[in-house]
Design a protein around this ligand. Structure first.
Ligand code: AMP
Ligand code: MG
Length: 414
């Protein structure tokens, strides 16, 4: 076992759990709400409880194509007289008398008098106007969906705080609810900092790189119910950083920056935050993503992510995501992890909890996982090869082939 290096093991570093708890403690759900059409409600958080207004289905309807009749008449071999047809949207408005039946289609209203539906496969047609039953003894209600059997009028459907997904949209539509009251979208201002950064479409000069973080951030934010405010690339000068932060502190609920939060000379972000914000500069015992700034600037929460692109994505998954969930009034339960079998040895230095980019797959014995390649925090391409993180504990010095390791699938966090 290797000895922890001074660089890796920092007794003052926060654990991931401590950092997460501090962020969740600070970020409350927004208080303001707005009314939106159902078509725009996906991903939003309900601001008030909703109860069912009508029975769904509103009447007793058939669960299949067949014949509606009286349960007393379901005697194998009995012949019944066909009195009419009830189709979806076109009820038959007579009453089924003893010895009668009505042709009925799925979703059609079961006529008065009838209390069972026999499948069309269980009868035989007799001439133009009769059927013979090939089954009998059906109990009342057979193949019938009662009124309110999906949702009964007055049932509490959703609590305040419910996130609206596809199923909720369907339930609300089935109730005829066209508008709902949801929490306002958090406004999230984000920008990149660094004199080396060049916008897309411009050639690179000496020492320059393209600004990728801001585009990654915009893409990550797109799956949250937020109003994203892209402030572009901000130069590494105190005036430029101050101006951007002051504007964001007015306009936004949350400010996300990348770069300039490690305590280096050119990091004007740090200087402005120290002078005018209430921001803590954290070292978190995770890899990648050790330096991170969190606090407030103006009226907004502030999250200063590291500059390295893989650290940006990883701190977003682990620490920005809970902040966004909390502001949006969503459930903040930590993401689920699974166990997978390693198919190769992994190296690690003790000291930080490691989130290695990995490829998760299955074999005949279950989940298997391997490294996705380059594990340096600038190697964004391995992030794109990967579909999961292998999570190695802080004290771990690596893991061997065949060991079961903790895995965080990307679909839990991105
Ligand atoms: P910093 O935290 O500002 O010292 O940046 C750490 C590393 O991340 C440096 O190699 C930067 O060039 C790189 N970096 C910072 N911002 C970006 C960005 N927006 N896009 C791509 N790389 C970046
Ligand atoms: Mg920088």
């Amino acid at each position: 076992m290797s000895v922890p290096s001074c660089d890796e093991f920092d007794p003052n570093a926060l654990t991931l759990e401590q950092a997460r708890a501090a962020i969740l403690q600070a970020c409350d759900a927004l208080a303001e709400s707005e009314t939106v059409p159902l078509a725009s409600a996906l991903g939003r958080t309900l601001a008030e409880p909703i109860a069912a207004r009508i029975d769904v289905p509103p009447a007793a309807v058939s669960a299949m194509d067949g014949y509606a009749l009286r349960a007393d008449d379901t005697v194998e071999g009995r012949e019944l007289m066909l009195a009419g047809t009830s189709a979806a949207g076109h009820p038959w408005d007579g009453t089924v008398a003893p010895g009668q039946c009505v042709r009925i289609l799925t979703g059609a209203v079961v006529p008065e008098g009838a209390d069972v539906v026999i499948m069309q496969e269980q009868i035989e047609r007799v001439g133009e106007t009769g059927i013979r039953l090939h089954n009998g003894g059906l109990a009342p209600g057979h193949n019938i969906r009662g009124p309110g059997s999906d949702t009964a009028s007055g049932t509490a459907l959703f609590d305040q705080g419910q996130v609206i997904g596809a199923a909720e949209i369907g339930v609300l539509a089935s109730q005829g609810i066209a508008e709902l009251r949801v929490l306002r979208k958090p406004r999230v201002a984000f920008f990149s900092t660094g004199d080396e950064l060049v916008p897309l479409g411009e050639p690179l000069g000496p020492g320059q790189i393209h600004d990728s973080n801001r585009h990654t951030l915009r893409a990550l934010l797109a799956s949250y119910p937020v109003e994203a405010l892209d402030y572009g690339v901000i130069r590494d000068t105190e005036a430029a950083v101050r101006e951007a932060l002051e504007r964001a502190g007015q306009e936004a609920d949350l400010i996300i920056t990348t770069g300039g939060v490690s305590v280096g000379d050119a990091d004007h972000v740090t200087r402005v935050l120290q002078a005018s914000g209430q921001v803590g500069f954290w070292k978190i015992a995770i890899k990648p993503g050790r330096p991170l700034a969190f606090g407030r600037f103006g009226n907004a929460h502030f999250l200063g992510l590291p500059g390295n692109p893989v650290a940006v994505m990883t701190t977003f998954a682990l620490l920005v995501r809970p902040a966004l969930q909390a502001l949006a009034g969503r459930d903040t339960t930590p993401p689920h992890t699974i166990s997978a079998r390693l198919v190769e040895d992994l190296r690690k230095t003790p000291g930080r909890k490691d989130f290695q980019r990995a490829v998760l797959a299955t074999d005949e014995r279950g989940w298997v996982v391997r490294s996705a390649g380059g594990q340096s925090s600038h190697q964004l391409r391995a992030m794109s090869e990967a579909n999961a993180y292998i999570v190695l504990p802080r004290e771990s010095d690596g893991a061997r082939v065949g060991e079961w390791v903790e895995v965080l699938p990307f679909r839990e966090v991105f």
